[in-house]
Design a protein around this ligand. Structure first.
Ligand code: DDQ
Ligand code: CA
Length: 273
């Protein structure tokens, strides 16, 4: 995972250097170009909360009144749950079929949409009663992340493609390729729609890409390696990657966590460019 972060950092530098050389101009000129005016963000920690260290977080969203919805993965351990933010306690739990590997989750209206790994089957749950459930199939290559702007669904499948899906038919309405300075950004994972952008965890990188859903351009990078490093350094050597972004739109609170992380963090972005 550390190698992954280093690889991404190296990739970012190389991509910038390559683009600069090709353009025959200094980096300032490159960054001044509106099409590549990518911003870079670090963060300030606002608060930390307990998070179930057995939750292999694959989908995360803020519900209301200090609760979250979360989808977890791994065979025989996958679940959909409603979680209390303050205590991390699981308030409602739905255990999935053992052959299912839970992935992205989002709430549109009263219904939770969930996709699964390596199957093109997804589920729709009544947010008030997880046993009221229907299933659907989708045409993404795989099921990784889900988010919504309140009208359509956004989906990721582990490639650099970002899908717009019709929530009624689950048909693909539009696909954009996510690119940073002309380079495809693969492994798009957990998603969140925030203020007109789709934010995507990039699997194995400690980074979140802020993507313009209209054209797929990366408009910002958020670097969160310090969170995983701090957990690791305090003895949590069992943790997996950063994954899980939730946005409390009303109170403008941003939450992040990771797979098997014992903590969930409220953070505030700080521009470093
Ligand atoms: N994904 O979240 C990146 C989409 C999938 C992660 C899969 C992690 C593998 C866990 C071990 C699977 C056992 C067959
Ligand atoms: Ca999310």
């Amino acid at each position: 995972v550390i190698a992954g972060a280093a690889a991404l950092a190296a990739f970012l530098l190389l991509a910038a250097a390559y683009a600069t050389r090709r353009a025959g101009s200094p980096p300032t000129a490159l960054l001044a170009h509106p099409a590549v005016a990518t911003r870079f963000f670090s963060f300030d920690l606002v608060r930390e909360y307990p998070h179930d260290p057995d939750a292999f977080t694959q989908g995360l969203l803020y519900a209301e009144n200090d609760t979250l919805f979360e989808s977890t993965g791994l065979y025989h351990r996958s679940s959909v749950r409603k979680v209390d933010l303050q205590t991390g306690k699981v308030l409602v739990n739905h255990q999935m079929d053992g052959q299912m590997f839970g992935e992205g989750l989002t709430l549109l209206g009263d219904r939770l949409f969930q996709v699964t790994w390596l199957k093109n089957e997804g589920f729709i749950y009544d947010q008030h009663n997880f046993s009221k459930r229907t299933s659907f199939t989708h045409k993404m290559r795989d099921g990784w992340g889900l988010a919504t702007d309140g009208k359509v669904l956004f989906g990721s499948d582990g490639t650099s493609m970002l899908y717009k899906l019709d929530p009624k038919s689950l048909e693909v309405m539009k696909v954009v390729t996510v690119k940073y300075h002309g380079n495809e950004v693969p492994y798009l994972n957990e998603l969140e729609y925030i203020d007109g952008e789709v934010w995507a965890n990039v699997w194995q990188t400690d980074c979140i890409a802020r993507v313009s859903p209209e054209d797929g351009l990366v408009v910002g990078w958020i670097f969160l390696h310090e969170l995983r490093r701090q957990l690791w350094n305090s003895g949590n050597t069992n943790i997996d990657v950063l994954n899980g972004i939730a946005w409390d739109e009303r109170n403008h609170r941003l939450f992040v966590t990771g797979k098997l992380w014992p903590k969930l963090y409220q953070i505030k972005l700080r521009a470093v460019d």
